[in-house]
Design a binder for this molecule. Structure first.
Ligand code: NAD
Ligand code: DAU
Length: 363
């Protein structure tokens, strides 16, 4: 990459965003990263502990729906790259409360696109090769039967408020490319797992409950299938797309690693038993598995055909599920303080400690 990138990362305090900032910070020390995050319940500054504020990194607490603030950031920082992670991301929450998903995922993406358009297309103000990379999901394609894979040309068929809001944002991103020539790319990725994932998602939830001998809720018959990808592989794929992707393209990213939910839960149970011994009652952790009412509209199977990114960009996942799940379990066992901080809510105080006296919040 010849030109210096000044990257606005949205949602950099979330699970994937934080892993991505860690990768950029290490891999591209000459790039400047501006992390814009609202710090919702899912945003945790501790996910970035050790990343120093300075020439290469700045954190701004703010909302992607706040157009004035975003305009200021584009001008102040001369942003030439946006990597857009910020979103409401949990399907179950979208079922019980869809409003925030519509606001952040649709209006927020629109607000970022408008500011990028005004800055880069109208005022032609970007130095280097501007790029708006929108990080999306395989859920936009709907649900698969027993066979078949999602490709980049699979018709969109979202079924939850979450996936419908992400599909809507993908369409807006494409519309800005075709209508205004905004330099965009989209990535659609499968289920991620790894360090810093909020313990409401299947893997960290089961890990946490399994550790404490609590029930492990499995929705429906447990045979829904997800294609799991270690988060570091996803971040590597995004970096590869920034480097070598083609403007106007979308790229599917997947782990080539389909697993039934029940099998994932059993693997976590067995690994915890092996590492920590059986429960105090001498029972194996599989005894904690509890089948519960199914998620409404629960998509049956996701599976990604990732040949395009492999053939055109040369990216492939490097971490097998067997290795990745052990690394994830070890990380959670070694970072119990992080987990406890999230579970008891004290992670929210960290903002005040870190920035309370130093930086204004938004406007
Ligand atoms: P996350 O929920 O862990 O993090 C989301 C982050 O966005 C948080 O830091 C939160 O504070 C921030 N945020 C939310 N609303 C905001 C707003 N209005 N303004 C600014 N910041 C806001 O999510 P994640 O799992 O890291 O997912 C990141 C992105 O990747 C999302 O766009 C998601 O759709 C996509 N994705 C996730 C997965 C997955 O398996 N987790 C897979 C494919 C794609
Ligand atoms: O496919 C990519 C998507 O993966 C991302 O776009 C989403 O942001 C991310 O949250 C994830 O969505 P899922 O709904 O697939 O992930 P979740 O961890 O919530 O659930 C995984 C599977 O496990 C799903 O089939 C539902 C099931 N499940 C989940 C929970 C939380 C259970 O059986 N029990 C549970 O307690």
């Amino acid at each position: 990459m010849k030109n210096k990138r000044i990257v606005l990362v949205t949602g950099g305090c979330g699970f994937i965003g934080a892993n991505f900032i860690r990768l950029l910070n290490h891999r591209y020390p000459q790039w400047r990263i501006i992390n814009l995050d609202k710090l919702t319940y899912a945003g945790n500054l501790q996910n970035l502990a050790g990343i120093e504020e300075g020439e290469n990194y700045r954190f701004i607490r703010g909302d992607i729906c706040d157009s004035e603030r975003i305009a200021e950031i584009f001008t102040e920082e001369k942003i030439n790259t946006v990597v857009h992670f910020a979103a409401e991301s949990h399907v179950d929450r979208s079922i019980t409360g869809p409003a925030d998903f519509i606001t952040t995922n649709i209006i927020g993406t629109f607000t970022l696109l408008e500011n990028a358009r005004k800055s880069w297309v109208e005022r032609n103000s970007a130095d280097g090769n501007p790029l708006f990379l929108h990080v999306s999901t395989d859920e936009v394609y709907g649900s698969l039967g027993e066979t078949g894979l999602f490709t980049e040309t699979t018709a969109y068929d979202p079924r939850s408020p979450y996936s419908a809001s992400k599909a809507s944002s993908d369409h807006l991103v494409n519309a800005y490319y075709h209508t205004y020539g905004l330099p965009v790319m989209i990535t659609n990725c499968s289920n991620n797992y790894g360090p810093y994932q909020f313990p409401e998602k299947l893997i960290p939830l089961v890990l946490h409950n399994g550790l404490h001998g609590r029930e492990l809720p499995v929705y429906g018959d447990g045979k829904n299938i997800r294609d799991w990808l270690y988060v570091e592989d996803h971040c590597e794929a995004i970096a590869a797309v920034i480097e070598n992707g083609k403007i106007g393209n979308c790229y599917n990213i997947g782990g080539n690693n389909e697993k039934k939910n029940i099998n994932v839960v059993e693997i976590i149970c067995d690994t915890l038993d092996e590492k920590l011994g059986l429960l105090p009652s001498k029972a194996a952790r599989r005894s904690l598995i509890t089948y519960v009412t199914d998620r409404l509209g629960h998509d049956r199977r996701y599976a990604i055909d990732a040949r395009k990114i492999a053939e055109q960009i040369g990216w492939q996942p490097r971490i097998s599920f067997e290795k990745g799940i052990r690394m994830t379990i070890d990380w959670y066992l070694d970072h119990q303080q992080w987990v406890e901080g999230v579970v008891d809510g004290s992670y929210r105080e960290y903002y005040q400690e870190m920035y309370g006296n130093r930086q204004k919040i938004g406007k």
